[in-house]
Design a protein around this ligand. Structure first.
Ligand SMILES: [Zn+2]
Ligand SMILES: [Zn+2]
Ligand SMILES: [Zn+2]
Ligand SMILES: [Zn+2]
Length: 698
């Protein structure tokens, strides 16, 4: 399992400045800091030292648009296209698209000079490449965008003709006809010799006649043939139910809509706090929680390979809606438009954030604010007065992960923190605050000067308060968002690797406690988390996830140490309490049967696998247990294991998942964990499940 938490360690960019600030603070003043009671005061304290204003908020080479660079790339792209090197041309045009500015330029096309947007021309050229690569959906997106951005009128006929041919390839005949007709109409603007015009017109009329004939023929054929729906194919190739993306409305927990009704959230207070419990018996594979993040942020290295909004891998990058940066990309115009507002608020801040190499926790602390407008954030001030209502969860007032108050109420352990810990975070919050102030997020009327002697305005203090609070809660409540990377051409998952592409906060999943023998696994579809059971969970039993260390691979001491350092608790899970050995140390010749008396006894009967006896006495309750049913189940699982392995080897992951889950169900009935085969099987389940989520073929 991947690490769940992403700690804000102080990296090289900050270290010497942090030391300078620390040095400037006298001992008695640090005591004053330790006595401060609000996060706003703590950040203001840091900012009252001139040293805290020395760290740069600028980068030398911000990733901004570069027209001449874009034009150079476009020309290289044209050459590659001319040689039929379409894949390389696509990559080159895509780089040009990201660099191209949105200002009007005088472009020299083959015949004449004309005024147009450089980006529209590059997009049109990329659409031609995409058409040749038979990537019609993507080509259509570029054509649409090129025409929106004012592609030269005299060349429009070519663009419309290409649009028509793409639509035709997608069997969207009616739209294709319209586009061909538009191509004919725009031919008047073309500055080409009459002869070429006539030839072009004849070709199109021919195409229109062919389509018309095809249409008439089609009408005589029964209509139950499968239809290709152009709108669907860009997003997902698989039926979403299979991927566990949704829990049907009727099966949801009305108070916690991200959960199925098999899950209830309880609050025991104290160290246990809020946690999830099974309302009924849960079987392996069941989808328990599906949740969108409150906020999420891509890792810097993925900023141009993954969509800035939905985190899917980008094949044909779409640039941001802003006029300045070239530092983020989108998978589609839909994602770009949906993210436009948030990006504008963040655009200027991103290059320096990336440059600082601050951890993704810092990015998330900032985005929790920038994803809402300044006015929306200021409205929260009133809600803090009456924060009790956020905890009164009912069917009428359900738990909403997108609500800032839900996020705000996640655990911070502020009362347990040492002054040094809070100081480090206050220092980071102070820098993030200064950064936010350089952009356009805060209105000028509330901004104060970036100096040690200026007193922060009330609005600034509120933002500073939230930033430091966010940093504290993120320590315990963030998740890594993963993607399964599979080598190109490999059928099996043997060489697949789960990598960390982003960080996110899932306010419902965040309430699950940890176990070194977790009851669930998680995977991601875009930014959405899917949590599924990976063993049988009894009614009333706690549903736990894994924060990083798992008993099969990490020794008990090491697990406990990690959990203590990062999450501040002593693990009391069954694997820790029972001192379970690592997977490789589990003796496969010893079988572990549950005593038939059940939970009220709870004893485990150890039996050699080559035993001839089938009635085993329990030393605890004295009752005898018939192990024949268990032995039979073990035999059945052998056959299932073979089916699962064969399917897995053949790349049939969804077909492998079923027998794996069946094995877990069968073994859960009679045997007690840990069982070597059982946990191997769980690993198979995890791999198959990951393949249902974000996947990349590299
Ligand atoms: Zn996207
Ligand atoms: Zn931008
Ligand atoms: Zn444990
Ligand atoms: Zn017993």
């Amino acid at each position: 399992m991947s690490e769940r938490e992403l700690e804000p360690e102080i990296g090289g960019f900050f270290r010497s400045n942090l030391l300078a600030v620390q040095k400037a603070i006298r001992q008695q003043d640090f005591r004053k800091f330790a006595a401060l009671e609000s996060n706003a005061e703590r950040v203001a304290f840091v900012l009252s030292y001139p040293e805290a204003h020395q760290l740069s908020l600028d980068v030398e080479r911000p990733m901004i648009k570069d027209s001449s660079g874009a034009i150079r790339l476009k020309e290289t792209g044209n050459k590659l296209f001319g040689c039929g090197e379409f894949a390389k041309a696509l990559e080159t045009y895509s780089n040009a698209v990201l660099l191209a500015s949105l200002t009007v330029i005088i472009s020299i096309d083959r015949e004449r000079r004309c005024k147009c947007l450089e980006l529209s021309v590059i997009l049109a050229n990329r659409s031609a490449t995409l058409y040749h690569l038979e990537l019609h959906e993507h080509a259509l997106e570029d054509i649409e965008e090129a025409s929106r951005l004012g592609y030269p009128k005299n060349l429009f006929y070519k663009l419309e003709e290409r649009r028509a041919r793409c639509l035709l390839a997608l069997k969207r005949h009616d739209e294709a006809v319209e586009a061909f007709r538009r191509a004919l109409r725009t031919l008047d603007d073309a500055r080409i010799p009459l002869e070429r015009k006539q030839k072009f017109e004849m070709d199109i009329r021919m195409m229109l006649a062919v389509i018309d004939k095809g249409k008439r023929l089609n009408e005589t054929v029964p209509k139950n043939l499968p239809r290709v729906n152009g709108k669907q194919s860009l997003s997902s190739q698989r039926p979403e139910e299979n991927r566990g993306k949704f829990i049907p409305e009727k099966q949801r927990n009305p108070r916690y809509p991200a959960c199925s009704n098999a899950v209830e959230i309880k609050n025991s207070g104290g160290d246990v706090g809020r946690h999830a419990v099974a309302t009924r018996k849960i079987t392996p594979g069941e989808v328990l929680i599906v949740e969108r993040p409150h906020c999420a942020f891509l890792l810097a290295e993925n900023k141009l390979t993954h969509c800035n909004l939905c985190f899917t891998r980008i094949f044909v990058p779409i640039p941001a809606a802003c006029h300045t940066c070239s530092c983020v990309a989108y998978c589609s115009r839909r994602c770009r438009d949906a993210d436009a507002q948030v990006h504008l608020r963040e655009c200027k801040l991103l290059p320096i954030l990336w440059h600082s190499k601050a951890s993704v926790t810092c990015f998330l602390a900032l985005r929790a604010i920038t994803q809402k407008s300044f006015e929306e954030i200021m409205k929260l001030k009133d809600q803090f007065v009456d924060s009790g209502s956020a905890l009164n969860i009912s069917a009428k007032n359900p738990y909403r992960g997108d609500d800032y108050m839900t996020f705000y109420n996640l655990v911070t352990h502020e009362d347990k923190r040492l002054p040094e810990d809070i100081f480090h975070r206050a220092y980071m919050a102070a820098w993030l605050f200064r950064l936010l102030r350089t952009g356009e997020y805060l209105p000028e009327s509330v901004k104060t000067a970036d100096t040690a002697d200026s007193r922060l305005s009330d609005e600034e203090l509120f933002i500073a308060e939230l930033l430091l609070h966010n940093l504290q809660l993120l320590q315990f409540n963030s998740h890594e968002i993963s993607e399964l990377v599979r080598p190109k051409g490999e059928k099996t998952l043997a060489k697949a690797k789960s990598i960390f592409i982003a960080g996110g906060v899932y306010p419902t999943v965040a309430m699950l406690n940890h176990s070194c023998n977790p009851g669930v696994i998680r995977y991601f579809i875009g930014t959405t988390i899917v949590v599924r059971a990976v063993r049988t969970i009894r009614a009333g039993e706690e549903i736990s996830e894994n924060y990083g260390p798992i008993f099969t691979t990490t020794p008990e001491n090491e697990r406990k140490r990690k959990l203590r350092v990062q999450y501040w608790f002593d693990c009391n899970c069954e694997a820790c309490l029972g001192h379970w050995p690592l997977l490789e140390e589990l003796d496969p010749t010893i079988l572990r049967f549950k005593c038939e008396t059940g939970l009220s006894c709870g004893n485990v009967l150890l039996v050699k696998s080559d035993t001839n006896e089938f009635m085993i006495g329990c030393a605890k309750c004295g009752k005898s247990t018939n192990i024949l049913k268990g032995l039979k189940a073990l035999q059945d699982t052998d056959a299932l294991f073979k089916i699962a392995s064969t399917n897995l080897q053949e790349g049939q992951n969804e077909l492998a998942l079923r027998p794996y889950l069946e094995i877990l169900k069968l073994l859960d009935e009679t045997l007690a964990l840990p069982i070597r085969d059982y946990h191997l099987c769980q690993q198979g389940v995890r791999l198959c499940a990951l393949a249902l989520g974000n996947t990349a073929r590299i």
